[in-house]
Write a protein that binds this ligand. Structure first.
Ligand SMILES: NC(=O)c1ccc[n+]([C@@H]2O[C@H](COP(=O)([O-])OP(=O)(O)OC[C@H]3O[C@@H](n4cnc5c(N)ncnc54)[C@H](OP(=O)(O)O)[C@@H]3O)[C@@H](O)[C@H]2O)c1
Length: 252
């Protein structure tokens, strides 16, 4: 089990207050992380998640809107000077509208959060990641992409392209930061229960589950498992990978 232990490691999870981020934060704590910092825009949501997660370990909450570089810099400053072993760039948003009506504002909102935030926050936290980086057990950046960045869904124009961008950014940063003993990988989730997916799963949950080769949607441990693997010594030699966690949906 030592191979998958996160003992002594500190992690920061953006959007860690609900959905996939909360699944990951809990998983990292259950694998023994010394501290997990969760962040999202709403202070109240941060406090609620921190209270819920404290049953599993040491949690801190720092509210921040990571869709601007200024807030990424403030979040990094509030995190402080300590080492950061695992950064999970998870906060994300989506937008759907027909081609003819798709608003410019939905490009800015989605790209600012999904694609620019992982870049600016990772850059802002590089001193902390470098401080945690050890040969054989590098610091880790885990970007949450999407199978929508691999497949071609309709009407979510800014979302699908932002996620394809996240996957490419992951590979570019993996190449650049690898020599500094910092790995950068992406997880491309399939369907998981969350606020973002609530309306879709309410309307089409059974059809979606039936379409997935494993005949179900994702469960919290499916997301926790891949995050723990990528964050632990078990994933130390994985760099620049985009890992679909989708029950096989991208094979269709
Ligand atoms: N659920 C799925 O099936 C699925 C599939 C593929 C990929 N994903 C990806 O997984 C990630 C998490 O999605 P989710 O489904 O868990 O969505 P969610 O339930 O809507 O959670 C989004 C999280 O991000 C935070 N957030 C939103 N805007 C933010 C901002 N500007 N700055 C900081 N935090 C912000 C939210 O909290 P606040 O409202 O307090 O800010 C919340 O904690 C996203 O990147 C999404 O694209 C999800």
């Amino acid at each position: 089990m030592d191979l998958f232990s996160l003992a002594g490691k500190t992690a920061l999870v953006t959007g860690g207050t609900r959905g996939i981020g909360l699944m990951i934060a809990r998983g990292l704590l259950e694998a023994g992380a010394a501290k997990v910092v969760v962040s999202s825009r709403k202070a109240e949501a941060c406090e609620k998640a921190a209270a819920e997660l404290s049953a599993f370990g040491n949690v801190e909450a720092i509210p921040a809107d990571v869709s601007t570089e200024a807030e990424c810099l403030r979040l990094a400053a509030e995190f402080g000077d300590g080492p950061l072993h695992v950064l999970v760039n998870n906060a994300g948003a989506t937008w759907g509208a027909p081609l003819a009506e798709f608003p410019a504002s939905a490009w800015d909102k989605v790209v600012d959060l999904n694609l620019k935030a992982p870049f600016f926050l990772t850059r802002a936290l590089l001193p902390n990641l470098r401080a945690a980086a050890v040969e054989g057990d590098p610091a880790r950046v885990i970007n949450i992409g999407s199978i929508d960045g691999i497949m071609t869904p309709g009407e979510r124009y800014s979302y699908t392209t932002s996620k394809a961008g996240v996957h490419q950014l992951t590979r570019v940063l993996a190449k650049e930061l690898g020599p500094q003993q910092i790995t950068v990988n992406a997880v491309a989730p399939g369907p998981f229960e969350s606020k973002m997916m609530a309306a879709t799963l309410d309307a089409f949950g059974e059809v979606i589950a039936d379409t997935v080769p494993l005949k179900r949607i994702g469960r919290p441990d499916d997301m926790a498992g891949v995050a723990v693997f990528l964050a632990s010594r078990a994933g130390a030699y994985v760099n620049g990978a985009v890992i679909p966690v989708d029950g096989g949906l991208t094979t269709l």
